[in-house]
Design a protein around this ligand. Structure first.
Ligand code: ADP
Ligand code: ADP
Length: 239
């Protein structure tokens, strides 16, 4: 069974903008799929539909066989625990420590109060530190998130997503705010950690060269439509 099945998904926003038209694909365990397409293509809408921050207008989303488009609040809560998010602008709690940011991932956003009140176990804390060491931030654990460079903040974002123990990570333009050197470190870490942990990844990018380097499969979208779906080496420069 596919981890995620996207069936004829469409999204028309309330102002009449069609962001997605009839998108279908399957994602299997262990895949690292890169979605490429120009700005406005619908990449962000697609990722936000998958964790249901956006409600699709038509179509189905099956995650581990469970229908997500019509899921109720408690099903959605469970779904979002299984799907980690990495954001273009990191979305860290800037005034919190690096460690607390990762603990928020582990405890879940609903338990943010527990994390703020330090109501986490030593086991939670040790594990969060291990994830931070994994992304090379073992020395930065007690720093404030906003004291870190952009690349380091995104590595906290990776640690936070992994700490949630997801089976899928959705990464929305994770390197769009970063310089080339930091971008390479972030993509290398995201790719290798997903591989080692057996986490599937769906990653939005607009850089074709970066997509080709990491993707096990590339899906191209343009004007809300799927225009390519294949192996990186099959991708020509025409899309
Ligand atoms: P809400 O979900 O709070 O009602 P919207 O759905 O209108 O808000 O917008 C969600 C996000 O998309 C916001 O960050 C908004 O700035 C952004 N947004 C709204 N309209 C557009 C647009 N035409 N193109 C791109 N982004 C948009
Ligand atoms: P991408 O991530 O590829 O840049 P988006 O999914 O952000 O594409 O946007 C796809 C289309 O939907 C664009 O035309 C954008 O302006 C529009 N759009 C995005 N969010 C909203 C929104 N909340 N309300 C209305 N239109 C939106």
């Amino acid at each position: 069974m596919a981890l995620l099945e996207v069936r004829r998904l469409s999204k028309v926003y309330s102002d009449g903008t069609t962001a997605l038209q009839d998108i279908s694909f399957e994602l299997h365990n262990g895949e690292f799929i890169v979605i490429i397409g120009p700005s406005g293509a619908g990449k962000n809408t697609l990722l936000r539909s998958i964790n249901r921050l956006v409600k699709p207008t038509a179509g189905e989303l099956l995650f581990k066989g469970q229908e997500i488009v019509s899921a109720n609040a408690s099903q959605l809560k469970k779904h979002r625990r299984e799907v980690g998010m990495i954001f273009q602008r990191f979305n860290l709690i800037e005034r919190s420590s690096v460690l607390r940011n990762v603990l928020h991932g582990r405890l879940g956003y609903m338990n943010i109060v527990r994390a703020v009140l330090s109501l986490f176990s030593k086991e939670d804390k040790d594990e969060a530190i291990r994830f931070l060491e994994r992304v090379g931030l073992g020395e930065q654990v007690y720093k404030r998130a906003d004291e870190l460079s952009g690349g380091q903040q995104q590595r906290v974002g990776i640690a936070r997503a992994i700490a949630q123990k997801p089976s899928l990570i959705l990464a929305d333009e994770p390197i769009a705010s970063l310089d080339p050197v930091s971008s390479e470190i972030v993509m290398d870490q995201l790719y290798s950690i997903c591989k080692e942990e057996g986490i599937a990844c769906l990653c939005n990018l607009h850089q074709v060269d970066v997509a080709k380097k990491y993707a096990t499969r590339i899906i191209g979208i343009n004007n809300g439509e799927k225009v390519f779906d294949g192996r990186p080496e099959e991708l020509t420069d025409t899309i």
